[in-house]
Design a protein. Sequence first.
Length: 326
Amino acid sequence: MSMPTRREFTAAAVLGALALPAARAQAPWPARPVKLIVPYPPGGFTDVTARLVAQKLQERLGQPVLVDNKPGANSIIGVDLMAKAPADGYTMAVVIAAYAANTTLYPKLPYDPAKDIAPVALIGLSPLVAAVHNDAPFKTAAELIAYARRHPGKISFGSSGNGSAAHLSTELLKALTGSYMVHIPYRGAAAALTDLMGGQIQLFLDAASGLIAPGRSGKVRLIGVAADKRLAALPELPTFIEQGIAGFTGSTWAGILAPAGTPAEAIRRVAAEVDALVRGDADLRARFEAMGTVPIGGTPAEFGAFIAAETAKWGQVIRTAKVKPD
């Protein structure tokens, strides 16, 4: 056998070097850690949900799934970072209802929701629970509305910020009942809850995960669930609909987004794994149930349709109530 010439050896080496990037590009996804941006601080509904799912996802994907908190601007900062990240399947984000509201609330977003972002998976939905100050002169949702009608503007309600699920859901409640209450926006749910307990505000709607503990310990009074049925975590708490307030539902939700152009393989895989987890993982379902979250799952297309419906619903509320950003 003759030895290869120097020219043949060099050509083979060049071809081999050129083949390496292609081989790496064809490596099955995921081949390294996946980052989930959470556009809120640690400890809240979004962060807790993301970490529960990340822990389970990394077991199924065989790679670390890392949560990266990037709070600010009603989730816009974190979502923009995700939208502008390389569309390679290794950066995604977990968002909540404010993401859909921001499309109407902010005329000029730094990203285009229709062109720059792809829906991946709807994790779950968390109907809002209404809490009032212990000394408030109403003990039920029906009494709250009756009082608000008799005393326009005397009730102040808090929210975690303009355009938040708590804010827009209460604006919807006002519109449905013909009542008037004054909005006090806070920079986060914790501050609103603190002032509710202190009596600076009288009403606060929030995800059940943030109100179950203070409600059970007697720090606030829970008066209703903004859903069409009661929560398993709070079976004793009636819905607003049960209390005669027809059609009132309001919730936040958690779902995963990716930059537009992300490989379909990565999107399909994450969607399938999330769907399998929320439907079949008993431990995860129990944790969600305990925090008042209803697991959903589904396909990327179904999540995209859900976002469109949420955008339309809250867009109408924003326009009717003339809600402005902070």
